[in-house]
Design a protein. Structure first.
Length: 228
C-alpha cells in the first residue's frame, strides 16, 4: 500500500525565516511516533461507538488526535484500513471473551459451548456498532487485510475447539466439526445482530431480555448438537 510521506523543509531568505511543514501544525506535536496509531484508533473507536461506521471520517479523526491529515496516512492508507484495524480488535476481543468463558465454565464442552454463546450475545449487545462493522459491508475486501482474516479465523477456531472436545467426550454428535461449529455460531450470531440492531418486534430489548434470549438460543443449539 502506498504511504504518503512528506518532508519538512525550512527556507531562510535574507534574514526572513519561512518554515513550511506538512506533518505538524502548531500545538500538534504531542505524539511520539509510536503513540500516534493508538491515538488514531481510539479516536476512530469513539466515533464508531457514537455513530456507527458511517461516522468514521479520516479528517475528523486526525483533527481529534491533533495531527495533520497527512500524518494519519503514515499509519492508515485509507478509511478501510482503519476500519479493518477496528474490526480486528473486535474479533480478538470476542475470541478472548469466549476463551475466558470456556476456562471459567465447569461441566464439560456442552456447558462451555453455552457459555460461549452467552458471551457472544452479550458482546453484541454491549458493542453493537463494532459487531456490525466486523460482519458488515463497510470492509469490502477482507483478503486485503491479512491480520483481520487471521483474527476472524481465531474466533472461528474457538468454536471449533469446543465442538471437537464435545465430540471426543461423546457430549456432542458426530459429524464434520466445522459444519457443527457453523451451526452453533450462526444461531448466536443471528441473535446478537438482532439485538445490536434492536430489530426484535414487540419486545423491549434490554440486558435482561438479551440474557434470556441467549439462554434459549444456546439450549436449542444443544438440542441440535446432541448425540444421535
Amino acid at each position: 500500500m502506498a504511504i504518503l510521506r512528506h518532508n519538512v523543509s525550512s527556507v531562510n531568505i535574507k534574514g526572513t525565516e519561512n518554515t513550511m511543514t506538512s506533518d505538524k501544525q502548531p500545538g500538534r506535536d504531542r505524539y511520539h511516533h509510536g503513540d500516534l496509531k493508538p491515538a488514531l484508533r481510539a479516536a476512530a473507536r469513539d466515533r464508531l461507538d457514537r455513530g456507527g461506521a458511517a461516522a468514521v471520517s479520516l479528517r475528523e479523526i486526525a483533527q481529534a488526535a491533533g495531527v495533520s491529515h497527512a500524518a494519519l496516512y503514515r499509519h492508515y492508507s485509507d478509511r478501510e484500513a482503519l476500519l479493518a484495524d477496528l474490526a480486528e480488535d473486535g474479533f480478538r476481543t470476542l475470541a478472548a471473551l469466549n476463551r475466558e468463558a470456556i476456562a471459567t465454565t465447569r461441566g464439560g464442552p456442552a456447558r462451555q459451548l453455552k457459555a460461549c454463546g452467552r458471551a457472544y450475545v452479550a458482546f453484541g449487545a454491549r458493542e453493537p456498532h463494532l459487531l456490525q462493522l466486523m460482519f458488515g459491508p463497510e470492509i469490502k475486501d477482507w483478503h486485503a487485510h491479512p491480520r483481520l482474516v487471521a483474527a476472524g479465523n481465531e474466533l472461528a477456531s474457538v468454536f471449533e475447539g469446543v465442538i471437537r472436545d464435545g465430540q471426543a467426550g461423546g457430549e456432542l454428535r458426530a459429524g464434520d466439526y466445522r459444519d457443527l461449529s457453523l451451526f452453533a455460531w450462526s444461531l448466536v450470531h443471528g441473535l446478537a445482530l438482532l439485538l445490536a440492531a434492536d430489530r426484535i418486534p414487540g419486545t423491549r430489548v434490554d440486558s435482561a431480555f438479551g440474557e434470556r434470549a441467549a439462554r434459549r438460543c444456546t439450549d436449542l443449539s444443544l438440542v441440535g448438537l446432541a448425540p444421535r
